[in-house]
Write a protein that binds this ligand. Structure first.
Ligand code: GLA
Length: 390
């Protein structure tokens, strides 16, 4: 009995220490890049991922706060006779460890992808039955971030399945951000905050403004609208994930890219770029590296913003910040619109200095200019920081 109690005591202490390592991760929404939205299965290989890491640094993305380089589905092809996962040796001839080391040598972090089922969504080997072995292997490879999908789950209970992988990661001992990807199917916001650092709230995002016939996948506006009501579940270390960014992909206009990025920041969403960083136009780079807008996303309070008023097709979003508020006027209409509204009508009664975060200009004070008056282009935004004034 005494032996058992000592064992239990030591087990609880070790477990507590491991949990602590994980609890200190993702205190602000994770920022990085993921291969899926642009490269999907076919486009990834070691050369591309290395060049993306280089571009992350040379484009100013790293300096703006992006740190994780995550290889999504299709890096793995089989298991060896010992059950170890085997990487695609044609696409990754130097092996995953060498790639991880390269990414680390750039001052960046490395992420990888697996699935709670028998297979990944692209039909590669999943982690079901191999969770502890895979977690150990990821730790050895130098993985810092794991995205864990839900295809071929064969009727498992999501909460239990994700808990198993979390415990496997704890046991492997390397602090790894755990990104839950079960598409919001089992209301992960209700159970995931103590299991992962972020959880997808919807199906897949597409690189179009308003498209998609499925209920839970689609363009920017569809995914955005599905976030309503989830704000209370997010906070430091546990984030709603409205999926990776499509900024710079498909046929989104400059205004749409700006609105998409701004609204993800208002949502305190993880900012995982999904475009080809090696080949970004100036506008895309400017949007992804706007430090003033990123600061809204990364505010230390970690409060997810929400719509506070709908004035026709102009939706007004607010996000509380440690030193004030962010307000975003979002024009959903296909044509330019002007709004004139007293700050008081938005519940903003205090003394705030106003700064326009896309024009990088101070633009008055809420008491001195009691009316908010803005003209906004189609599918565009005006994003303001309201800084508490003395
Ligand atoms: C699912 C996920 C995507 C991506 C693909 C990979 O669809 O939701 O984000 O990881 O699988 O196959």
């Amino acid at each position: 009995m005494k032996n058992f109690l000592s064992f239990l005591f030591i087990f609880l202490i070790i477990n507590g220490i491991q949990a602590q390592k994980f609890n200190n991760l993702a205190l602000t929404p994770p920022m990085g890049w993921n291969s899926w939205n642009y490269f999907q299965c076919k486009g990834i290989n070691e050369k591309v991922i290395k060049e993306i890491a280089d571009a992350m640094v040379s484009s100013g993305m790293k300096d703006a706060g992006y740190e994780y380089i995550v290889i999504d589905d299709c890096w793995q092809v089989a298991r060896d006779e010992n059950g170890n996962i085997v990487a695609d040796s044609v696409k990754f001839p130097s092996g995953i460890k060498v790639l991880a080391d390269y990414i680390h040598s750039k001052g960046l972090k490395f992420g990888i992808y697996s699935d709670a089922g028998t297979h990944t969504c692209a039909g590669r080997p999943g982690s079901r039955g191999y969770q502890y072995q895979d977690a150990k292997q990821y730790a050895k490879l130098g993985v810092d971030y794991l995205k864990y999908d839900w295809c071929y789950n064969e009727g498992q209970k999501a909460e239990a399945a994700y808990k198993t992988m979390r415990d496997a990661l704890y046991a492997a001992g390397r602090p790894i951000v755990f990104s839950i990807c079960e598409w919001g199917t089992n209301k992960p916001w209700e159970w995931a905050p103590s299991i992962g650092h972020l959880w997808r709230t919807t199906g897949d995002i597409y690189h179009c403004w308003d498209c998609g016939s499925s209920k839970t996948s689609g363009g920017i506006v569809k995914i955005l609208d599905l976030q309503e009501g989830l704000e209370k579940y997010a906070g430091p270390g546990h984030w709603n994930d409205p999926d990776m960014l499509e900024v710079g992909n498909g046929k989104l206009t400059e205004a749409e890219n700006r609105a998409h990025f701004s609204l993800w920041c208002m949502l305190a969403a993880p900012l995982m770029a999904g475009n080809d960083l090696r080949d970004m136009d100036k506008q895309t780079r400017k949007i992804l590296t706007n430090k003033e807008v990123i600061a809204i996303d990364q505010d230390e309070w970690g409060i997810q913003g929400k719509v506070i008023k709908k004035a026709g097709l102009i939706h007004i979003w607010e996000k509380d910040l440690h030193d004030g508020k962010a307000v975003c006027f979002f024009n959903r209409a296909d044509k330019e619109q002007t709004i004139t509204i007293p700050w008081k009508e938005l519940g903003i009664e205090g003394n705030y200095d106003i700064r326009d975060l896309w024009h990088h200009k101070n633009s008055g004070n809420t008491l001195k200019g009691p009316l908010a008056e803005y003209t906004i282009g189609p599918h565009d935004v005006v994003v303001l920081k309201l800084k508490r004034s003395m």
